[in-house]
Design a binder for this molecule. Sequence first.
Ligand code: ZN
Length: 244
Amino acid sequence: MRILILSDIHSNLVALEAVLSAAGSFNALWCLGDTIGYGPQPNECVELMRQHAQIAITGNHDLASLGKIDLHDFNPDARKANIWNGSQLKEENRAWLDPLPPSIHVDRQFLVTHGSPREPIWEYLLMPDQAVANFEFFPNQVCFMGHSHVQLGFRMRSGSEHAERFLPDTGRTLELNSSTRYFINPGSVGQPRDQDPRAAYAMLDTANNSIRFHRVAYDVTATQRQMRECGLPVALIRRLEYGI
Ligand code: ZN
């Protein structure tokens, strides 16, 4: 099975469509949260997830846009974009987002979470020490997470007390080793923050037990134009072209 792993779409439909067309055929889609917030097309992005995602979880911006967590936990620009995103949501899209949990045990091998296993909504899992601590919080071999908007992974061999962080190259395939545990962040579709403005995603191949990391260029200026028309904050518009 080819499983498309997406995170942090953030209402960026142009980026999402570029990813869906570059990904080719897939058998399932797992969405790691923050489908909305920041960007200009929340309904269209939710509708594509409703259509394609077998597994979907919620993120901090989804919850804020739904009015389920305190907006004061966000900086003023993010807060403004969350309020705007929430105000745009059609009832059926709100109803789809509303019950999503922040993490799901998919099966014995895989866990999906937005932030981290120990703090599914808020923790940014970026450092090896955090990965080591978080491996204690779940039994599965592999955890897919989003939230940091950085395409990366951590691996820890059984018996080791240290985790190794790796930054994947585009098109690189990671073969999963049965005696190693992993954290995998596919990166952000709609607002990458690793100095690469291209949309990020990953493809899990369960037949080969491998994960391939991808980047795809999209029309950033089209999303920026839409954001300007919606009156979204200038800093959120500018950051897309730098990938920050
Ligand atoms: Zn996010």
